[in-house]
Design a protein around this ligand. Structure first.
Ligand code: ADP
Ligand code: UDP
Length: 241
């Protein structure tokens, strides 16, 4: 049933608008075509991105649920709107890396594309005004972002997501280089995977060629942005042989 009443927007972010519903435990996420990078220093539009990212995120979260990982997804309302369980977002951007890239390469002066011996979890304080700084476990606890038990649970969750999604993408000819997730506490206290996982929040490299199939095409002006997002959706929704 798609007859949920959508109330006023409660937040507009860089890629989505969040709407309240009459049920205090449910929200609607509206996926926009807007794209930003480098903490809004680069802004633009990727035509069709919203509906594509919604479908990619839902497919990936269904895969994670099948593996026993609890997510906020309730159901798709229409091509841009997703009904989710409301959570209190833990203000951490939880990044997992399988290869060096992006800010890791910059921070530690290592070239991009070096395989890591084991997946690395990094936590960043989710705060645009301060440039999303890296935080360690103790700081995340001392600053009140999460309890020590939650920080541990988040790291376990992140590595489980990595294991499931790496295999999922590999079966579709894509290497999962790195990604960001968000987690939050539902009304019943459960830790849920929230927000989205899509080509906006992952680095995805075509296996064999290394072709970038993600937001780096926008960040680095590599061209073919719309076509690449559509290709990611097609591969994600494909049933591998
Ligand atoms: P940003 O805030 O980084 O610009 P978006 O434009 O994607 O990002 O906005 C979506 C916002 O909704 C994010 O701040 C995200 O943390 C939040 N969010 C995602 N899922 C949920 C949820 N289930 N409950 C509450 N907030 C959520
Ligand atoms: N990421 C994200 N949102 C952010 C920062 C990072 O989705 O605000 C994702 C990014 O797409 C990449 C991973 O997290 O897949 C690691 O990003 P990194 O720290 O290298 O920063 P970036 O190069 O994206 O600025």
């Amino acid at each position: 049933m798609n007859d949920i009443t959508i109330l006023a927007p409660i937040y507009e972010g860089k890629a989505k608008v969040v709407f309240a519903t009459p049920d205090p435990e449910l929200l609607v996420l509206h996926f926009k075509d807007d794209a930003t990078a480098f903490n809004r220093q680069k802004v633009g539009t990727i035509a069709g991105k919203g509906p594509i990212n919604l479908r990619v995120a839902v497919r990936l979260m269904r895969e994670l649920e099948a593996a026993g990982i609890a997510t906020h997804v309730v159901r798709v309302l229409d091509e841009r709107r997703l009904l989710v369980r409301k959570v209190a977002i833990i203000p951490l951007e939880i990044v997992v890396r399988n290869r060096t890239a992006g800010t890791f390469s910059k921070r530690y002066a290592v070239e991009e594309g070096i395989a890591l011996a084991a997946p690395l979890v990094e936590l960043f304080w989710k705060d645009d005004a301060h440039g999303d700084p890296l935080v360690n476990d103790a700081a995340a606890v001392l600053l009140g972002f999460a309890t020590a038990a939650e920080v541990t649970a988040i790291q376990v969750l992140a590595l489980r997501v990595n294991t499931v999604l790496r295999a999922f993408f590999a079966a579709r000819g894509i290497e999962l280089v790195d990604f960001k997730i968000e987690a939050g506490r539902a009304a019943d206290g459960a830790l849920l995977l929230a927000d989205e996982i899509s080509a906006d929040s992952c680095r995805l490299w075509e296996i064999g060629t290394g072709r970038k199939l993600d937001k780096d095409r926008f960040r680095r002006d590599l061209g073919d942005i719309e076509a690449t997002y559509a290709e990611v959706l097609a591969r994600v929704e494909a049933v591998p042989a």
